[in-house]
Design a protein around this ligand. Structure first.
Ligand code: PAF
Length: 281
């Protein structure tokens, strides 16, 4: 596996692969790998002739009071995981390599970026769209693989790619979970033992909502109240950021579950802000 540090090197490497008729699958990541990242890499391995994993904690998607500086990092461990999961290149640039001091260009999908996580993280998706654009341009990737834990992210990137005719196919991979149901996340390391013990209730609450839908409930207000009541007793350490039911493609909020519907939430548990989602239908 090649370690690539500069944009120029990455672009030249991918161009040479394309010239030989090889396809490229890209896995954009911020590192501190867990089995969720490994599943993205495994998926990419089955899609492209060559796999590029990018490892870059992207400063522009963190707000001023967020955890950019303290975001967990472990380059040596990540390098070993990427190699073990078949990456051909690990792109690990310094921030200055991707953002010139006078960088002035942003890519955004405004309407879909102000709901759900975007309501409390107003610049987040602009940073994600911009860095993913840079990665797509440098790699000319045929496929880019994202996790469904960040459902909003992959929905926004699908819209960006469609609207701007990027020649890449976005592929998403189901949420990977711990045995007790907690969605795997690099931020789970922030949880204390007591917080970790309560955190699986996030998914249990969402599954409860889906069971109510399976029994015929369609009113979102009823589903929401049921989940919040359950969390109040079983997840007392959780502070709700949001809990919505949205159209899985457009992210428009829904009042009734008639067709495809996604329940998505963010809950702060101690220092960690945990997100999760479930398709209700
Ligand atoms: O999901 C992530 O880890 C990041 O948002 C991404 C897609 C790598 C962009 O920095």
């Amino acid at each position: 596996m090649q370690i690539v540090k500069t944009a120029k090197e990455l672009s030249e490497l991918c161009r040479s692969w394309h010239k030989d008729g090889q396809t490229v699958a890209l896995v954009p990541t911020m590192g501190y790998y867990h089995d969720g990242h490994a599943a993205l890499m495994d998926k990419a391995r089955g899609l492209g002739d060559k796999v590029v994993v990018s490892l870059f904690v992207n400063p522009t998607q963190f707000g001023p009071n967020e955890d950019y500086a303290s975001y967990p990092r472990d380059f040596e461990r990540d390098r070993a995981v990427a190699e073990a999961h078949g990456a051909d290149a690990l792109f690990a640039p310094e921030p200055a390599e991707l953002y010139a001091p006078d960088a002035a260009t942003w890519v955004e999908v405004p309407e879909m970026s102000t709901v759900l996580c975007g309501a409390s993280r107003p610049i987040h998706f602009r940073g994600v769209c911009t860095v993913c654009t840079k990665l797509f341009m440098l790699t000319q990737a045929d496929y880019a693989v994202f996790g469904e834990k960040d459902w909003q992210q992959q929905a926004i990137l699908r819209r960006m790619v469609r609207d701007l005719f990027y020649p890449v196919t976005i592929v998403s991979v189901p949420i990977q979970r711990a045995e007790d149901g907690l969605a795997l996340s690099s931020r789970n390391v922030y949880l204390t033992e007591e917080e970790r013990a309560q955190a699986p209730e996030i998914q249990a609450g969402l599954r409860y909502a889906r069971s109510l839908v399976e029994q015929g409930e369609t009113r979102v207000s009823v589903l929401r109240d049921a989940v919040l009541r359950r969390w109040a007793s079983r997840l007392p350490l959780g502070r709700l950021d949001y809990l919505y039911v949205v159209d899985p493609v457009s992210l428009a909020t829904l009042d009734e579950v008639k067709g495809p519907a996604l329940m998505a939430c963010a809950v702060k548990v101690g220092k960690a802000r945990l997100i999760d989602n479930i398709l209700l239908k």
